[in-house]
Design a protein around this ligand. Structure first.
Ligand SMILES: *[C@@H]1O[C@H](CO)[C@@H](O)[C@H](O)[C@H]1NC(C)=O
Ligand SMILES: *[C@@H]1O[C@H](CO)[C@@H](O)[C@H](O)[C@H]1NC(C)=O
Ligand SMILES: *[C@@H]1O[C@H](CO)[C@@H](O)[C@H](O)[C@H]1NC(C)=O
Ligand SMILES: *[C@@H]1O[C@H](CO)[C@@H](O)[C@H](O)[C@H]1NC(C)=O
Length: 369
């Protein structure tokens, strides 16, 4: 009886969307409802805003869809290393746009200095960690994203390429570094494709087990499916059924969240400026039905389009849909800011200097709050 009352109190202790969750003297709920993040507005006021952010790309430059990574092509988005000022971009997004989550893509080869199964390369990891620390300093959640398409130099992990042990050793090391940092999210792998989904689910299970055993027991881990993590393919092509079986050490699925992407252009590749759909009918509605029926949740870690009117229409619609279904969709991130040129077709790179930054048309229309 008492425990069910406590459970009821805990449930009602989640502040609803747009409600206050912090600030000087605040004694109410500090945790937000599903799909919302407690976002600081000033020392006096924090509120529950939709979990919204952008990718801060650059450490992944040089990565190919075959899992290759030309390390020399990495372009750290760090002014301290002579690159784009990703730290200033993130603080602008937090301060001016109320964003509260960033994804930080990086190549596997970059982190281990090109040695499969080796230790983190101390020089390269220190550079990547500068970006992670800059993200954490904004108060946002920070996703570590290994941008390797389930591969290393053409070979699929656990399917003829690297062994599961070589992959899980990377995650064991990262979980040991970040295991006590609650705002870190472990994004196991960007966009697996053309994998055997049953074998891939065992690789994902091995990585989850390694992360939890390294002491990172509570953070969110993102589980990526096949077909470049397509939200529309997730259920019909079998990723949902296979990945639903992945569990924590105790058999639960707490904080194991599915990672999905869905672009809005004619071939859904995210390479064309124009958008033609909001993807609700073919992707997000059927996926929401499955997630609800199976009591699971997903995060959309890549979406976006050109800085054109069609994308302002369709991307805003897509995000409205995700917001309206925040019980199963935990949030979304635009692709991409960081080291991209402002002429990149999907650029979300703000222009200006570190004291005054201006958003792209699409960020302004659909992502900034
Ligand atoms: C977390 O902190 C505890 C206490 O300081 C320490 O024993 C543990 O090894 C740390 N775990 C990780 C994964 O950093
Ligand atoms: C589903 O899988 C099939 C076979 O691998 C593939 O041809 C198809 O493109 C996939 N569907 C999507 C939407 O990715
Ligand atoms: C998404 O597009 C469909 C088809 O055009 C439309 O019916 C639906 O209302 C749109 N969704 C939102 C949230 O605007
Ligand atoms: C930054 O940009 C703003 C607006 O364009 C300008 O007023 C300011 O002088 C610039 N600051 C620096 C340090 O360049």
């Amino acid at each position: 009886m008492l425990s069910s009352i406590l459970v009821a109190l805990c449930v009602s202790a989640h502040q609803s969307g747009y409600g206050q969750c912090g600030g000087k003297g605040w004694r109410g709920a500090t945790a937000c409802a599903s799909g919302y993040t407690c976002t600081r507005s000033s020392v006096y006021f924090s509120h529950c805003l939709p979990t919204t952010g952008v990718n801060i790309a650059g450490f992944d430059f040089g990565c190919g869809t075959d899992g290759s990574d030309t390390i020399a092509d990495a372009a750290p988005p760090l002014a301290s290393l002579g690159g784009a000022d990703g730290a200033a971009q993130m603080s602008h997004f937090v301060k001016d746009d109320n964003l509260n989550i960033f994804r930080l893509p990086v190549g596997w080869q970059y982190l281990v200095g090109g040695t499969l199964g080796g230790p983190l390369d101390s020089a390269n990891f220190a550079k990547y960690d500068q970006l992670v620390q800059a993200c954490l300093a904004t108060g946002a959640s920070c996703i570590i994203d290994i941008h390797n398409y389930a591969r290393w130099n053409g070979g699929i992990i656990g399917q003829g390429g690297p062994t599961n042990d070589q992959f899980t050793d990377l995650w064991r090391q990262l979980a040991t570094k970040y295991g006590n940092t609650s705002n870190i999210i472990f994004g196991l792998m960007n966009e697996p494709h053309d994998v055997d989904i049953t074998q891939w689910a065992s690789t994902v299970q091995a990585a989850v087990t390694a992360i939890r055993k390294a002491g990172a027991t509570t953070q969110i881990i993102l589980l990526p499916g096949n077909d470049y993590t397509s939200a529309g393919a997730f259920v019909p092509n079998g990723s949902a059924a296979a990945l639903a079986k992945v569990t924590n050490l105790d058999g639960s699925t707490t904080n194991l969240v599915f990672d999905v992407h869905q672009y809005l252009d004619s071939d859904k590749s995210g390479t064309n400026a124009e958008c033609v759909t909001n993807n609700t009918a073919d992707a997000f509605t059927p996926l929401a039905t499955w997630l609800r029926a199976n009591n699971r949740q997903a995060l959309n870690t890549e979406t976006g389009g050109g800085n054109v009117a069609s994308c302002e229409k369709y991307l805003c619609e897509q995000l409205d849909y995700l917001n309206a279904n925040s019980d199963v969709y935990l949030g979304y991130l635009g692709w991409a800011a960081g080291s991209f040129s402002t002429s990149y077709v999907l650029s979300e790179v703000p222009t200006g200097n570190d004291t005054s930054m201006k958003d792209t048309a699409l960020v302004k229309a659909c992502i900034a709050r």
